[in-house]
Design a protein around this ligand. Structure first.
Ligand SMILES: Nc1ncnc2c1ncn2[C@@H]1O[C@H](COP(=O)(O)OP(=O)(O)OP(=O)(O)O)[C@@H](O)[C@H]1O
Ligand SMILES: [Mg+2]
Length: 299
């Protein structure tokens, strides 16, 4: 379809070069099949902030042990959607979520969800690294200690329970998994705020891993970092996907193309326009709007 034949009134029933309607296209990719199990199944998700709708009837299945990238122009609802996956939007008083998100087959918006447990199993890493103003070691052990999985401290040791060795094993394992161990193993008691931005972000990933999650949600985890630190985070994300389900929001198309297995493209209005294998999205998308976005014609 050449762009000069389309006026805005036609956008809804937009035709592709092959003459398909947007509906045909959606049918083609909504049957998106992947190998393995769906870790998260989103069905008819709508999100409103007051009267404003930010996500419009989005349905998609997110496969386990892979990287799913969410891309799209600023304000299209990527962060809102990501926050729905572990009910972080519950913390925003004006936000209202309708529809369902199944995690391992169970609707997290059903009445029985324990939010503390949910956010332990579906962790989140934010754009700006936000380590606690504590030691590197304490950043890692804070979560497991809070959940009662580690009992170091004065009172437990008076009671004859001291998991110091276990704590050190955990700290080492998580820092190694987050590719940070070699850089910090000689200063585990130093304040985490003394680390570089890239190191702080890897520490936040290590902290997220410490509570043994299944899913890691990342909202532009490398956008505040320099190219070398970004490359480290990208390598790390690819490695994590061997064991965890990773969902990552990025503005960086090359990054999405490099690190993700499947890509979901959201466009203005909170609509999921196309979702498919990353290669397909970047090389041969079904939707003209996605093609325009990816080739930089808008957004
Ligand atoms: N806490 C909030 N209260 C009210 N409206 C909000 C809130 N958070 C987001 N919105 C609105 O919802 C829409 C989607 O925002 P969201 O932050 O999800 O977009 P995004 O795709 O992550 O954008 P960006 O790429 O800039 O981070 C926007 O119109 C935004 O103004
Ligand atoms: Mg965002």
């Amino acid at each position: 379809m050449s762009s000069n034949t389309v006026d805005t009134d036609q956008m809804d029933s937009q035709l592709t070069t092959s003459g398909e309607t947007a509906e045909d296209i959606e049918d083609a990719w909504s049957d998106y099949q992947f190998q393995g199990e769906a870790k998260l199944s989103v069905e008819d998700l709508d999100v409103y902030y007051g009267d404003e709708q930010a996500i419009q009837s989005v349905s998609m299945n997110i496969p386990e042990e892979s990287v799913t990238a969410l891309i799209g122009p600023s304000g299209c609802g990527k962060s809102t959607f990501l926050r729905c996956l572990n009910r972080m939007n519950d913390r925003i008083s004006s936000a209202r979520v309708e529809g369902s998100v199944e995690f391992d087959g169970e609707n997290i918006y059903g009445g029985r969800t324990n939010l503390v447990e949910l956010r332990k199993r579906i962790g989140m890493v934010f754009q700006a690294p936000n380590p606690f103003p504590k030691s590197i070691k304490d950043n890692i052990s804070y979560g497991p200690r809070k959940h009662g999985d580690l009992e170091t401290g004065l009172l437990p040791s008076l009671l004859g329970r001291d998991d110091t060795a276990e704590e050190m094993d955990l700290v080492e394992r998580c820092l190694k998994q987050a590719a940070l161990w070699d850089e910090v193993n000689d200063r585990l008691d130093d304040n985490a705020l003394g680390l570089s931005g890239g190191q702080q972000q890897r520490l936040c990933i290590a902290r997220c891993l410490a509570v043994d999650p299944d899913v890691i949600l990342m909202d532009e985890p490398a956008s505040a970092l320099d190219p070398i630190a970004t490359a480290k985070i990208e390598d790390l994300i690819e490695q994590l996907a061997e064991e965890y389900t990773v969902v990552v929001v990025t503005h960086n198309m090359q990054q999405a193309a490099r690190i993700s297995d499947q890509t979901a493209v959201f466009l203005t209005g909170g609509e999921l326009v196309e979702y498919d294998d990353t290669e397909k999205i970047f090389e041969n998308p079904e939707s003209q709007r996605v093609d325009d976005y990816i080739t930089g014609k808008f957004g």
